[in-house]
Design a protein around this ligand. Structure first.
Ligand SMILES: C[S@@+](CC[C@H](N)C(=O)[O-])C[C@H]1O[C@@H](n2cnc3c(N)ncnc32)[C@H](O)[C@@H]1O
Length: 281
């Protein structure tokens, strides 16, 4: 067995241990990025093999949370990639206007900035009252933070710039109040958002949505896992429903997953209607 094969085996065993101990399954995440994070942890802990790390997560209760945190990349911002939100506002919102009620799922929402951005956008488009948003993440800590709707004041300059580039119609400062802790988003933005823990790898569909936004999450999954998640999205969207992905992501299809491109540049896709419905409409 080569050294690299041995290391792969050690990584497999580490991921099995994490799964058995926590229920979080990283076995089908992109191998290269998981390996990078493990190597970084080995160097921080001055451990000389992955097996030593596995031993530590089993016997030292302080180590497991560190490894879980290493595997969870939570980088996000409000109106991230402003042109995505601008396109959504200009090209998707007209379709949503026709609906009596709008259900949106933000999958992998991290600390909530993406969902709050959508809440602002829909409020400005006069759809705030008829939207129900579900914002989920596998990481309970970020969900708890998202529920608070409080962000560092220093970030507001960037968020204001993003908001304007995304076609914002007001002054961004109308959406938050500042105190010694930071910038608190106004409570009305939270009214239509349910934040909840949901794991895209192990949990199933929980509603039928008109829009699913899952940006900068699938980039961490291998192809098989991406297909599994696209199947979940396919099952969770109504016919003609929209799927918004991150700028480096694209939809993968097979016989059971049926999406067509709605906007190439901004990675917005639409779930195909069934043949019968296509003929009727
Ligand atoms: C880089 S952040 C992206 C946040 C936001 N969507 C954005 O684009 O700014 C990725 C998020 O995906 C979450 N995530 C990773 N694997 C997940 C899974 N299996 N189920 C649900 N969320 C997951 C992470 O916890 C993290 O909060």
């Amino acid at each position: 067995m080569t050294a690299s094969n041995k290391e792969e085996l050690e990584l497999d065993l580490l991921l099995i241990a994490v799964y058995r101990l926590t229920g979080f399954d990283f076995r089908q995440y992109m191998r290269s990025s998981i390996m990078r994070r493990v190597e970084n942890r080995l160097s921080l802990e001055k451990l000389n093999s992955i097996t030593h790390l596995t031993e530590k997560i089993i016997h030292d209760q302080n180590m497991l949370p560190k490894v879980l945190a290493d595997f969870s990349i939570n980088v996000t911002e409000m109106f991230r990639d402003p042109t995505f939100f601008k396109t959504f506002r200009e090209e998707v919102v007209p379709f949503l206007r026709e609906l009596p009620e709008i259900r949106i799922w933000h999958a992998g929402c991290s600390t909530g900035e993406e969902a709050y951005s959508m809440a602002i956008l829909l409020h400005e488009e006069g759809l705030g009252n008829k939207v129900k948003m579900y914002a989920t993440d596998m990481n309970e800590k970020v969900i708890h933070k998202a529920e608070q709707g409080m962000f560092p004041l220093q970030k507001m300059q960037l968020y204001t710039k993003n908001y304007m580039a995304a076609g914002g119609k007001k002054s961004f400062s109308e959406y938050y109040k500042v105190d010694h802790e930071g910038a608190h988003l106004i409570p009305s933005l939270k009214e239509n958002i349910v934040f909840a823990q949901h794991n895209l790898v192990t949990d199933g569909s929980f509603n039928e949505f008109h829009v699913i936004i899952c940006r900068n999450v699938l980039i961490y999954f291998n192809i098989d896992l991406q297909l599994q998640v696209f199947k979940l999205f396919n099952d969770s969207l109504g016919p003609g429903g929209f799927l918004g992905l991150g700028s480096k992501e694209s939809v993968r299809t097979d016989d059971s997953i049926r999406f067509e491109t709605f906007h190439t540049q901004e990675k917005i896709f639409i779930k195909k209607r069934r043949m019968l419905e296509q003929n009727i409409l």
